[in-house]
Ligand binder design. Structure first.
Ligand code: CFM
Length: 541
């Protein structure tokens, strides 16, 4: 079925006028292959009362960006609910290495100040200070993060002062993140707050320069289901030194040295583009937009990286590894491709995967007909070129912009980081996405939909109208499609499967998708609204 404005209008019919006007701005239908992306409304407030899939600023800071740092203990300052519900919900895996032995891995812990009514009335600073002392006494971590929840901002606890005193007492970094849930319209605000603090407090504090060649940092990769490890495997085989993945399986010790990178790679643009840009300003470090989701996308990224370093041996090894991996995975992939070919899908995830996974689905012959983000900004849909035109509003002004200047001792121009001449760098920058991201729009096909901050009602309506074969989404909307007889796969947690990145990941993903498509279970379901007299049908007996 082709998508037309009519379907969107039909979907909007039950909305009150004001809501209809608002929501229309969040939905774009691609009109022509070469069309420039029309402006989409994004990163603005969800209409109160609408069931959105978004999270809060605390979730973006604690849960997404700093939670995976394995050798720091992260304290949730607030009532126990926020800590409890953010405990272990993201599958960012971590393992011990030379720098971080098992006894220094804290990612699975949930530490909360458990604020009670009297603490809210009289203030929680003493309780927080005591908690920090306890954490040091029990775990002696390399550093401590403190994340604020909504009530902390409302009662005005001075977390920064408590952290500073604790630092003096214990001699380790204690970093306060004012990431109260209400600080932004979604978890995206929390990413920015986390990026600012990492930049100000950790990055650049390492004093031991790297001596290896081709030192790269992979930013915006969180090792969900082991993705980061699969990427690291390929890159190491080619000859890169993957000093750190930010922040999946990362450590305080590694993040300190980020300024020694020759090249930063950016996988998830939304959550980490701030650090990539700030690194460029302060140290001159170039960043390359990469995508390790999808076989062809991975190959393209590996070649782009080789282009950046312009080193014959690295270029040769890139092709050796590509050829070796393709020979290994192609037979398995072909088997699953036969099942997947020609099928359609929805992709609705946080702020980057709905774009990246379209490449992997294309490898399998599938097409995404509706794609959207929970909390992306206009640049994630339309490309970075629109950034200067994005208006700041009261919500975005809530988050401070750090105004950095080049570091006097360490700044060097981007081309020198890569060992290139200025002319070489400029030629290469025209060929690969160095410091640039084109957003999701170019990959969408004509007549297909991009939707921002989709709500429960719209998701249901679009599934009903467009009947996709598979819905890629999160745990909150998973069961909407299940009840409608459409299989769904979680692209946040991978339904406990993975890795899905790189060459090995592509095969695992293809297997999971093929499994979902061929299972007969979905045809046997009678949704509750089709049951007679409220009784379950015999298929449920
Ligand atoms: Fe980046 Fe992410 Fe995502 Fe994200 Fe997330 Fe995630 Fe995500 Mo869930 S950092 S924007 S805030 S790729 S937790 S690892 S899957 S919504 S699309």
């Amino acid at each position: 079925m082709t998508v037309t404005e009519v379907h969107i209008d039909e979907m909007m019919t039950p909305y009150p006028d004001k809501v209809r006007k608002n929501r229309k701005k969040h939905i774009i239908i691609k009109s022509a292959e070469s069309a420039a992306c029309p402006q989409i409304e994004a990163n603005t407030r969800t209409i109160p009362g609408i069931i959105s899939q978004r999270g809060c600023a605390y979730a973006g800071c604690k849960g997404v960006v700093i939670g995976p740092i394995k050798d720091m203990v992260t304290i949730t300052h607030g009532p126990i609910g926020c800590g409890y519900y953010s405990w272990g919900t993201r599958r960012n895996k971590a393992r011990s290495d030379d720098r971080t032995p098992p006894e220094k891995i804290y990612t699975n812990l949930c530490v909360s100040t458990d604020m009670q009514e009297s603490d809210i009335v009289f203030g929680g600073e003493k309780k927080l200070a005591k908690m920090i002392d306890e954490v040091v006494a029990i775990f002696s971590p390399r550093g401590i993060n403190i994340c604020a929840t909504c009530p902390i901002g409302l009662i005005g606890d001075d977390m920064g002062a408590v952290a500073k005193e604790a630092e003096e007492r214990h001699g380790i970094p204690v970093i306060a993140y004012n990431c109260e849930g209400y600080k932004g319209v979604s978890q995206s605000a929390g990413h920015h707050i986390a990026n600012n603090n990492l930049m100000e407090r950790i990055i650049g504090s390492g004093t031991d320069p790297r001596t290896e060649e081709f030192v790269i940092y992979l930013l915006g990769e969180y090792n969900i289901g082991g993705d980061g490890w699969e990427i690291e495997r390929m890159l190491t085989d080619i000859g890169y030194t993957v000093n750190c993945i930010l922040t999946g399986d990362s450590s305080y010790e590694e993040i300190k040295d980020l300024h020694f990178a020759d090249l930063n790679l950016v996988q998830c643009h939304r959550s980490i583009n701030y650090i990539a840009e700030m690194m460029k300003t302060k140290y001159g470090t170039p960043w390359l937009k990469v995508n390790f989701i999808g076989v062809n996308a991975t190959i393209q990224t590996l070649r782009d990286m080789a282009t950046c370093f312009n080193n014959p041996e690295l270029t040769r090894m890139t092709e050796v590894v590509i050829e070796r991996e393709l020979a290994r995975i192609t037979p398995a992939l072909e088997k699953f491709r036969k099942i997947c070919n020609g099928k359609t899908a929805f992709a609705y995830v946080g702020g980057s995967r709905s774009h990246h996974y379209q490449y992997l689905l294309r490898d399998l012959g599938m097409e995404v007909i509706v794609a959207g983000y929970e909390f992306a900004h206009r640049d994630d849909y339309e490309g970075r070129d629109v950034i200067p035109t994005i208006k700041t509003d009261a919500d975005s002004k809530n988050i401070p912009e750090l105004h950095l200047t080049p570091d006097e001792a360490l700044y060097q121009e981007a081309h020198l980081h890569l060992g290139l001449s200025k002319e070489q760098y400029d030629t290469i920058a025209a060929q690969v996405p160095l410091g640039d991201y084109e957003g999701m729009y170019p990959i969408m096909r004509v007549g297909r939909i991009m939707v921002d901050d989709v709500n429960h009602y719209e998701a249901e309506e679009m599934i009903r109208q467009l009947k996709p074969d598979l819905v890629f989404s999160g745990v909150r909307d998973k069961y909407i499609s299940h009840k409608m007889g459409v299989p769904s796969k979680q692209l946040h947690s991978y339904d406990y499967s993975g890795p899905y990145a790189g060459f090995n990941g592509a095969v695992i993903f293809a297997r999971d998708v093929a499994d979902a498509l061929v299972t007969p279970a979905w045809k046997l379901i009678t949704p509750p609204w089709e049951e007679k007299n409220g009784n379950r049908s015999d298929s449920d007996a």
